[in-house]
Design a protein. Structure first.
Length: 95
């Protein structure tokens, strides 16, 4: 997955297993119907960590178009969780 911030484009590398845990934790903790500033910062920080700190939270806020913020957050979390779900489906069934 790629993320364009201003003139720079970043590629997501290999994702550490802890990021799956963090994504699940965030989706459990955050009320997406009533998003707070703190919640938004947590989500943006998650994206920064997902891209291995190649940019900062401020880089995201300063360079990402406002209309792209929520779709970008969704794309990143869904890409990560979708891959995880696909792998889980490959697990052998309990007999």
């Amino acid at each position: 997955m790629e993320l364009k911030l201003g003139k720079n484009t970043y590629k997501m590398g290999a994702v550490k297993a802890k990021m799956i845990r963090k994504a699940i934790q965030l989706t459990e903790e955050i009320n997406f119907e009533k998003l707070t500033v703190e919640d938004l910062d947590k989500l943006v920080e998650f994206i920064v960590e997902l891209f291995e700190n190649k940019f900062t939270i401020d880089d995201v806020y300063e360079n990402l178009d406002a209309q792209e913020l929520v779709p970008t957050l969704n794309r990143c979390i869904n890409a990560l969780m979708g891959t995880f779900a696909d792998k889980m489906e490959q697990m052998p069934e309990k007999k």
